[in-house]
Design a binder for this molecule. Structure first.
Ligand code: IPD
Ligand code: CA
Ligand code: CA
Length: 262
C-alpha cells in the first residue's frame, strides 16, 4: 500500500515538473555555466524546487539528493531516514538550452539503500516510464520489456558524453570500437531517457562513464524491471554512486563487456 502511494506520488510529481519544463521550453532562458560544458538553466532550478517542495510537504521525513541542491539538510535527516529521493529535475539540459526536444524528469526512490521506485517523464512526447521493484516497468501504463536482439552486430546502442569527456581518453576508444561492432550508435543527451529506451527495447544497450546518481537511479531500476541487466563495465554489481554504467537487454551484455575491455 505504502509502495503504491509512493509510486503515484512520484508519477504526479514528475508529470507536474515535466509540464513546467515544457511550458518554458523554447523561451529565452537565463543560463549559467557550472563548468565549461555543464549548464544550468532557470528551468532546472524551477523544476527542482517544485519537486523538493512537494516532497517536503508530503514526505517531510524523507531524505533528498537532488542535482542542483545536493543532499537534504539537516544532515540528521540524511542519516535517519530509510527513504531517499534521488532527483534529476531536468536531464538533458544542453538539449533543452538549445531547443532540442529531448529531455526528461527523473525521480528515483531508495529504501535503505535499495532502489524501489523509478519514474522518468518525457513531456515532449508525453511518455511516462515507471518501475517498481518486483512489479515490472511500464510506458504509459503498458508493460515494458527489453529487446530480443542477441547479436551486437544487429544492436542499436546509445552512449553519452560526460562533461569532462575531453579528459577521458578511454571514451574515444570505446566509442570507436562500438561504431565498428554495433549496427548503430546514438548520443541523445539525456542519460535517464537513454536508460528508459533500453527498458522499452528502442536501444539494445547503453554505456557511459562519469554519470551521477540522479542520472541513473530511476533508469537502472527501469532496465532491470523490464528484464534487462545493469552492471559496471566489468559485469560487477552497479552502484548508482560509482559510475560507469553498462545497461542492456542482457543478451548483448557480455559482447558489450568485451568491447569495453579491449
Ligand atoms: C547529462 C545528460 C547527458 C550525459 C551527461 C549528463 P544533465 O545530464 O544525461 O546525456 O551524457 O553525462 O550529465 O546535465 O543534462 O542533467
Ligand atoms: Ca542528468
Ligand atoms: Ca540535470
Amino acid at each position: 500500500m505504502k509502495g503504491i502511494g509512493l509510486l503515484n506520488f512520484a508519477i504526479q510529481t514528475a508529470r507536474d515538473a515535466g509540464s513546467l519544463l515544457a511550458e518554458r521550453f523554447g523561451r529565452a532562458l537565463r543560463i549559467t555555466n557550472k563548468s565549461e560544458l555543464d549548464l544550468v538553466t532557470e528551468s532546472d532550478l524551477a523544476s527542482e524546487k517544485l519537486i523538493i517542495d512537494r516532497i517536503k510537504t508530503y514526505h517531510p521525513r524523507h531524505a533528498i539528493l537532488a542535482e542542483e541542491s545536493g543532499a537534504s539538510s539537516p544532515a540528521t535527516l540524511e542519516a535517519q531516514s530509510e527513504w531517499r529521493w534521488i532527483i534529476d529535475p531536468l536531464d538533458g539540459t544542453t538539449n533543452y538550452a538549445h531547443g532540442y526536444p529531448c529531455f526528461c524528469v527523473s525521480i528515483g526512490l531508495e529504501h535503505n539503500g535499495r532502489m524501489e521506485v523509478g519514474v522518468i517523464y518525457d513531456p515532449m512526447r508525453d511518455e511516462l516510464f515507471t518501475a517498481e521493484r518486483g512489479e515490472g516497468a511500464s510506458l504509459n501504463g503498458r508493460r515494458l520489456h527489453v529487446s530480443a536482439i542477441n547479436n551486437l552486430g544487429a544492436a542499436l546502442l546509445c552512449t553519452g558524453f560526460p562533461y569532462d569527456v575531453r579528459e577521458r581518453s578511454d571514451f574515444a576508444r570505446h566509442f570507436a570500437n562500438f561504431i565498428m561492432n554495433a549496427q548503430g550508435v546514438r548520443r541523445d543527451g539525456a542519460a535517464a531517457l537513454d536508460l528508459a529506451y533500453v527498458a522499452c527495447g528502442r536501444f539494445d544497450g547503453f554505456w557511459e562513464e562519469g554519470l551521477k546518481p540522479w542520472d541513473v537511479a530511476a533508469g537502472s531500476l527501469m532496465v532491470e524491471e523490464a528484464g534487462g541487466r545493469v552492471s559496471k563495465y566489468d559485469g560487477g554489481p552497479l552502484s548508482i554512486y560509482m559510475p560507469p554504467i553498462l545497461a542492456s537487454n542482457g543478451l548483448v551484455h557480455e559482447q558489450m563487456m568485451r568491447v569495453l575491455s579491449a
